[in-house]
Design a protein around this ligand. Sequence first.
Ligand code: IMP
Ligand code: MG
Length: 334
Amino acid sequence: MLADVIVDLQYGDCGKGKVANHLCKVNNYTHVVRYNGGCNAGHTIYHEGNKLVTHHIPCGVLHGIRSIIGPGCVLNVDQFFREIEELESAGISTKGLIKVASNVHIITDFHIAQDSKDTEIGTTKRGNGPAYRDKYARKGMVALEMPELAEYIIDMYEELHNNEEFEEVKILFEGAQGFGLDIDWGDYPYVTSSHCTIGSAILNGVPPKAIRDVWGVSKIYETYVGAKEFQGIDPILDDIREAGQEFGATTGRPRQTNWLDLDLLKKAVNINGVTKLVVNKIDVLEKVKFWKLYEGVNALEFSEGAHMKEHISHFVNGINKDIEVLFSGNKEVI
Ligand code: IMP
Ligand code: MG
C-alpha cells in the first residue's frame, strides 16, 4: 500500500483541490479518500466550462478514480445526494465510484439546527460541530444505519487491506480545512471539530509506513473565515481579498486577509512532516504589486515577487533541505 496526503497548512481554502486534481492526473491512484470534516468544506471545480462546488465528494470522481468519504468525516445525506445529482447533470459519471465508509457519522437536522445558533465561533452552520460532539459522546448515528446509503457503503478495512481488485492500493488522501483550524493545533476555540493534520489521514486506516509524500498547501498570504479578529491593518489587504476572490465557497462570506506568517508555516510543516510544499495564489500578489510577509513579529517587505519567493524557499529549506517548494499562480497546474 502507498499513500500521498494533502494537508492545508493555514486556515483552509489554500487550493488543496487544485493540487488533488493535478496529483490524480499524474499518479495512478486506486482511491481518493476524504479524511476529515463534513459539508463545511467546499471545493470549487471547473469541469468543461461548468463551475461545480462539492462539499463531501472528493475530486477523484472527476478522474474515474474510486472516491471515498472516510471514517474521519461526518456526512449530510441530503447534501451527498445533491452533489451526486449535480455531478451527473454536468456529465460526470459517478456510477460505482463513490463510496462511504460504514462508520462515517451522520449530520442530522438536529445538528444543523443547533449549529445554526452559533455566534461565538463563526461556524459554517452546517452541523459539523454537533455531529462530532455526538460521535465522541457515543450517541451518534453511522452511515451503515442509513438504508438510502446501502449501495454506497464499504467497510474501510476490507476496501484498503483486503481488496483483491487492485494489485496495490494507492491512495490520495484529501483533507478539509487546515492546520490553523485543527481542533488540537489551531487557535482554539476558533477551530473546527476535526483533525486537519497528517495524523487525521492515518486515522482513516493506513499504517504510517504507507505514506510516501505529504503535500502541504498554503497561500502566499493568509485568509480566515470566522468570528475572531484576523484581518491585518494594511489597507492593501482588502485589495488582496478582491484580487484573490476570497469569499467562502460554502457560505459566500468574505474572508479576512493577512500576510503570510512564516513561523506558523514552519509549525505546520514540522507537525505534518511536509515533503512537498505548494505556495498558491502568487498571481494575486503580482496583481496588487505588494510583497510582504511576517517572521514572527518581524515584517519583511520585498521589492519584487522573485525576492519574496527566494526568501520563502530559503526559509523552508532551513527547516528541512529536502522539502521541494513549488510556487503557483492561478493558471498553473501546480
Ligand atoms: P465549522 O467547521 O463549521 O464548525 O466552523 C469552524 C471554523 O472553521 C469557522 O471559523 C469556519 O469558518 C471554519 N471553516 C470550516 N470549514 C472551513 C473550510 O472549508 N474553509 C475555511 N474555513 C472553514
Ligand atoms: Mg474550501
